[in-house]
Design a binder for this molecule. Structure first.
Ligand code: ADP
Ligand code: MG
Length: 246
Protein backbone atom coordinates (compact mmCIF):
# COMPACT_ATOMS: atom_id res chain seq x y z
CA UNK A 1 0.00 0.00 0.00
CA UNK A 2 1.35 3.42 -0.86
CA UNK A 3 1.95 5.79 2.04
CA UNK A 4 -0.66 8.39 2.95
CA UNK A 5 1.98 11.09 2.69
CA UNK A 6 5.25 11.14 0.77
CA UNK A 7 7.83 13.87 0.92
CA UNK A 8 10.41 13.54 -1.83
CA UNK A 9 13.65 15.49 -2.10
CA UNK A 10 12.24 18.51 -0.33
CA UNK A 11 14.45 21.61 -0.20
CA UNK A 12 13.80 24.93 1.56
CA UNK A 13 16.27 27.79 1.69
CA UNK A 14 16.02 30.86 3.90
CA UNK A 15 18.59 33.24 2.37
CA UNK A 16 21.81 31.30 2.82
CA UNK A 17 20.36 28.73 5.21
CA UNK A 18 19.38 25.28 3.98
CA UNK A 19 16.49 24.71 6.40
CA UNK A 20 15.26 21.59 4.57
CA UNK A 21 18.04 19.64 2.91
CA UNK A 22 16.67 17.10 0.41
CA UNK A 23 14.28 15.48 2.86
CA UNK A 24 12.58 12.18 2.07
CA UNK A 25 9.91 11.09 4.52
CA UNK A 26 6.71 9.10 4.44
CA UNK A 27 3.75 8.47 6.66
CA UNK A 28 1.90 5.16 6.50
CA UNK A 29 -1.64 4.21 7.39
CA UNK A 30 -2.03 3.41 11.07
CA UNK A 31 1.29 4.78 12.19
CA UNK A 32 2.66 7.47 14.40
CA UNK A 33 5.88 8.71 12.80
CA UNK A 34 7.84 10.96 15.14
CA UNK A 35 10.15 13.66 13.87
CA UNK A 36 12.79 14.60 16.40
CA UNK A 37 15.87 16.79 16.34
CA UNK A 38 17.51 19.70 18.11
CA UNK A 39 16.05 23.21 18.16
CA UNK A 40 16.44 24.90 14.81
CA UNK A 41 16.79 21.57 12.98
CA UNK A 42 13.95 22.49 10.64
CA UNK A 43 11.11 20.38 12.05
CA UNK A 44 8.46 23.12 12.08
CA UNK A 45 9.65 24.34 8.70
CA UNK A 46 9.08 20.87 7.27
CA UNK A 47 5.55 20.61 8.68
CA UNK A 48 4.75 24.08 7.42
CA UNK A 49 5.74 23.03 3.92
CA UNK A 50 3.58 19.93 4.13
CA UNK A 51 0.50 21.89 5.15
CA UNK A 52 1.28 24.58 2.57
CA UNK A 53 2.00 27.51 4.84
CA UNK A 54 5.49 27.65 3.38
CA UNK A 55 6.39 26.90 -0.22
CA UNK A 56 9.27 24.56 -0.95
CA UNK A 57 12.10 25.35 -3.37
CA UNK A 58 12.63 21.84 -4.71
CA UNK A 59 11.08 18.41 -4.41
CA UNK A 60 7.53 17.20 -4.13
CA UNK A 61 4.84 16.33 -1.60
CA UNK A 62 2.29 13.61 -2.42
CA UNK A 63 -0.94 12.88 -0.61
CA UNK A 64 -2.16 9.36 -1.33
CA UNK A 65 0.01 9.32 -4.42
CA UNK A 66 -1.15 12.67 -5.82
CA UNK A 67 1.17 15.68 -5.86
CA UNK A 68 -0.21 18.55 -3.80
CA UNK A 69 2.60 21.02 -4.47
CA UNK A 70 0.34 23.41 -6.34
CA UNK A 71 -2.37 23.51 -3.66
CA UNK A 72 -2.73 26.35 -1.16
CA UNK A 73 -2.85 25.68 2.59
CA UNK A 74 -6.68 25.86 2.76
CA UNK A 75 -6.94 23.52 -0.23
CA UNK A 76 -4.57 21.07 1.44
CA UNK A 77 -6.70 21.24 4.59
CA UNK A 78 -9.74 20.44 2.48
CA UNK A 79 -7.89 17.48 1.02
CA UNK A 80 -7.42 16.12 4.52
CA UNK A 81 -4.14 17.49 5.82
CA UNK A 82 -5.04 18.22 9.42
CA UNK A 83 -3.23 19.99 12.19
CA UNK A 84 -4.11 21.27 15.62
CA UNK A 85 -3.84 24.97 15.15
CA UNK A 86 -5.06 27.55 12.67
CA UNK A 87 -7.92 25.32 11.55
CA UNK A 88 -10.02 25.43 14.65
CA UNK A 89 -10.24 27.95 17.40
CA UNK A 90 -12.01 27.19 20.58
CA UNK A 91 -14.95 29.26 21.72
CA UNK A 92 -14.22 29.86 25.38
CA UNK A 93 -17.74 30.67 26.51
CA UNK A 94 -19.22 27.55 24.94
CA UNK A 95 -19.07 24.04 26.37
CA UNK A 96 -16.58 21.47 25.18
CA UNK A 97 -19.44 19.49 23.63
CA UNK A 98 -20.75 22.50 21.69
CA UNK A 99 -17.27 23.29 20.39
CA UNK A 100 -16.89 19.78 19.03
CA UNK A 101 -20.46 19.75 17.69
CA UNK A 102 -19.64 22.97 15.85
CA UNK A 103 -16.80 21.30 13.98
CA UNK A 104 -19.08 18.39 13.05
CA UNK A 105 -21.48 20.98 11.70
CA UNK A 106 -18.79 22.70 9.63
CA UNK A 107 -17.57 19.39 8.27
CA UNK A 108 -21.09 18.64 7.06
CA UNK A 109 -21.12 21.98 5.26
CA UNK A 110 -23.76 23.55 7.51
CA UNK A 111 -23.87 27.11 8.67
CA UNK A 112 -21.58 28.14 11.51
CA UNK A 113 -23.76 28.54 14.53
CA UNK A 114 -23.65 27.34 18.07
CA UNK A 115 -25.83 24.46 19.03
CA UNK A 116 -29.29 25.82 19.83
CA UNK A 117 -31.05 22.75 21.18
CA UNK A 118 -33.17 22.08 18.13
CA UNK A 119 -33.89 18.47 17.27
CA UNK A 120 -32.01 18.67 13.97
CA UNK A 121 -28.83 19.20 15.95
CA UNK A 122 -29.18 16.17 18.19
CA UNK A 123 -27.22 14.01 15.75
CA UNK A 124 -24.34 16.46 15.83
CA UNK A 125 -24.28 16.37 19.61
CA UNK A 126 -24.37 12.58 19.56
CA UNK A 127 -21.38 12.28 17.29
CA UNK A 128 -19.53 14.98 19.22
CA UNK A 129 -20.23 13.10 22.46
CA UNK A 130 -18.97 9.89 20.92
CA UNK A 131 -15.72 11.60 19.96
CA UNK A 132 -15.27 12.98 23.45
CA UNK A 133 -15.94 9.55 24.97
CA UNK A 134 -13.41 7.90 22.70
CA UNK A 135 -10.89 10.54 23.71
CA UNK A 136 -11.60 9.96 27.40
CA UNK A 137 -13.07 13.46 27.78
CA UNK A 138 -16.74 12.59 28.29
CA UNK A 139 -16.72 13.99 31.83
CA UNK A 140 -15.66 17.41 30.48
CA UNK A 141 -18.44 17.64 27.87
CA UNK A 142 -20.46 20.25 29.75
CA UNK A 143 -17.48 22.26 30.98
CA UNK A 144 -16.92 25.67 29.43
CA UNK A 145 -13.71 25.74 27.42
CA UNK A 146 -12.63 28.73 29.55
CA UNK A 147 -12.65 26.50 32.62
CA UNK A 148 -10.43 23.78 31.18
CA UNK A 149 -6.81 23.34 32.12
CA UNK A 150 -4.19 24.05 29.44
CA UNK A 151 -3.71 20.31 28.88
CA UNK A 152 -7.44 19.66 28.53
CA UNK A 153 -7.71 22.49 26.00
CA UNK A 154 -5.00 20.90 23.93
CA UNK A 155 -6.84 17.60 24.08
CA UNK A 156 -10.07 19.25 22.98
CA UNK A 157 -8.25 20.95 20.10
CA UNK A 158 -7.07 17.55 19.02
CA UNK A 159 -10.59 16.10 19.20
CA UNK A 160 -11.77 19.02 17.06
CA UNK A 161 -9.00 18.52 14.50
CA UNK A 162 -10.11 14.87 14.27
CA UNK A 163 -13.76 15.79 13.93
CA UNK A 164 -12.83 17.26 10.53
CA UNK A 165 -11.86 13.68 9.60
CA UNK A 166 -8.43 14.45 8.21
CA UNK A 167 -6.48 11.83 6.28
CA UNK A 168 -3.46 12.60 8.40
CA UNK A 169 -2.50 14.82 11.31
CA UNK A 170 0.57 17.02 11.66
CA UNK A 171 1.28 17.78 15.32
CA UNK A 172 3.97 20.26 16.30
CA UNK A 173 4.93 19.60 19.93
CA UNK A 174 1.52 18.69 21.40
CA UNK A 175 3.08 18.07 24.84
CA UNK A 176 4.74 21.50 25.04
CA UNK A 177 3.78 23.29 28.25
CA UNK A 178 1.95 20.29 29.69
CA UNK A 179 2.55 18.94 33.17
CA UNK A 180 3.38 15.29 33.77
CA UNK A 181 -0.17 13.99 34.17
CA UNK A 182 -1.41 16.13 31.29
CA UNK A 183 1.35 14.72 29.09
CA UNK A 184 0.33 11.23 30.11
CA UNK A 185 -3.26 12.04 29.13
CA UNK A 186 -2.08 13.28 25.75
CA UNK A 187 -0.01 10.13 25.20
CA UNK A 188 -3.07 7.96 25.93
CA UNK A 189 -5.13 10.03 23.54
CA UNK A 190 -2.58 9.90 20.70
CA UNK A 191 -2.18 6.18 21.23
CA UNK A 192 -5.92 5.71 20.70
CA UNK A 193 -5.92 7.99 17.69
CA UNK A 194 -3.33 6.16 15.63
CA UNK A 195 -5.99 3.72 14.42
CA UNK A 196 -8.18 6.56 13.27
CA UNK A 197 -5.63 8.78 11.58
CA UNK A 198 -1.91 8.53 10.84
CA UNK A 199 0.13 11.12 12.72
CA UNK A 200 3.37 12.93 11.97
CA UNK A 201 4.47 13.95 15.44
CA UNK A 202 7.11 16.54 16.29
CA UNK A 203 7.89 16.15 19.97
CA UNK A 204 10.72 16.93 22.35
CA UNK A 205 9.40 14.70 25.13
CA UNK A 206 11.46 11.62 24.37
CA UNK A 207 9.52 9.40 26.78
CA UNK A 208 6.38 10.22 24.82
CA UNK A 209 8.16 9.66 21.51
CA UNK A 210 9.55 6.28 22.52
CA UNK A 211 6.17 5.26 23.97
CA UNK A 212 4.17 6.26 20.89
CA UNK A 213 6.19 6.20 17.70
CA UNK A 214 6.13 3.28 15.29
CA UNK A 215 9.00 4.97 13.48
CA UNK A 216 11.22 7.88 14.35
CA UNK A 217 13.08 10.17 11.95
CA UNK A 218 15.89 12.36 13.18
CA UNK A 219 16.40 15.74 11.58
CA UNK A 220 19.68 17.60 12.09
CA UNK A 221 20.48 20.82 10.23
CA UNK A 222 17.64 20.18 7.81
CA UNK A 223 18.79 16.69 6.94
CA UNK A 224 17.24 13.35 7.95
CA UNK A 225 20.14 11.46 9.53
CA UNK A 226 18.23 8.34 10.56
CA UNK A 227 14.81 6.70 10.32
CA UNK A 228 13.80 3.58 12.22
CA UNK A 229 12.00 2.12 15.19
CA UNK A 230 12.81 3.18 18.75
CA UNK A 231 15.58 0.60 19.19
CA UNK A 232 17.25 1.52 15.92
CA UNK A 233 17.19 5.19 16.81
CA UNK A 234 18.38 4.66 20.38
CA UNK A 235 21.38 2.73 19.09
CA UNK A 236 22.27 4.82 16.05
CA UNK A 237 25.75 6.32 16.66
CA UNK A 238 25.07 9.42 14.57
CA UNK A 239 21.84 10.07 16.46
CA UNK A 240 23.48 9.59 19.84
CA UNK A 241 26.19 12.03 18.91
CA UNK A 242 24.08 14.64 17.13
CA UNK A 243 20.95 14.59 19.20
CA UNK A 244 21.17 12.67 22.41
CA UNK A 245 24.46 14.49 23.15
CA UNK A 246 26.68 11.46 23.60
P1 ADP B 1 12.69 23.54 14.66
O1 ADP B 1 11.20 23.53 14.53
O2 ADP B 1 13.32 22.21 14.35
O3 ADP B 1 13.15 24.05 15.98
P2 ADP B 1 12.54 25.58 12.60
O4 ADP B 1 11.92 24.86 11.47
O5 ADP B 1 11.69 26.47 13.39
O6 ADP B 1 13.29 24.52 13.55
O7 ADP B 1 13.77 26.43 12.05
C1 ADP B 1 14.77 25.86 11.21
C2 ADP B 1 15.76 26.95 10.83
O8 ADP B 1 15.14 27.82 9.89
C3 ADP B 1 16.22 27.81 11.99
O9 ADP B 1 17.58 28.12 11.79
C4 ADP B 1 15.34 29.02 11.88
O10 ADP B 1 15.99 30.16 12.41
C5 ADP B 1 15.16 29.15 10.37
N1 ADP B 1 13.88 29.77 9.99
C6 ADP B 1 12.66 29.29 10.30
N2 ADP B 1 11.69 30.06 9.75
C7 ADP B 1 12.34 31.05 9.08
C8 ADP B 1 11.91 32.18 8.31
N3 ADP B 1 10.60 32.41 8.09
N4 ADP B 1 12.87 32.99 7.78
C9 ADP B 1 14.16 32.74 7.98
N5 ADP B 1 14.65 31.71 8.69
C10 ADP B 1 13.75 30.86 9.25
MG1 MG C 1 9.69 23.98 15.91
Amino acid sequence: MSPVLEVRGLVKRFDGLLATDHVDLDLRTGEIHALIGPNGAGKSTLINQICGELTHDEGSILLEGQPIDALTAPQRAQHGIGRTFQIVQLIGEASVLDNVALVEQVRQGRTWRLFDGRKSRVGLRDSAMERLSTAGLADRADTRVLDLSHGERKQVELVMACALRPRLLLLDEPMAGLGQSESAGMVTMLDRLRHEVPILLIEHDMDAVFALADRISVLVYGRIVATGNADTIRNDPEVRQAYLGE
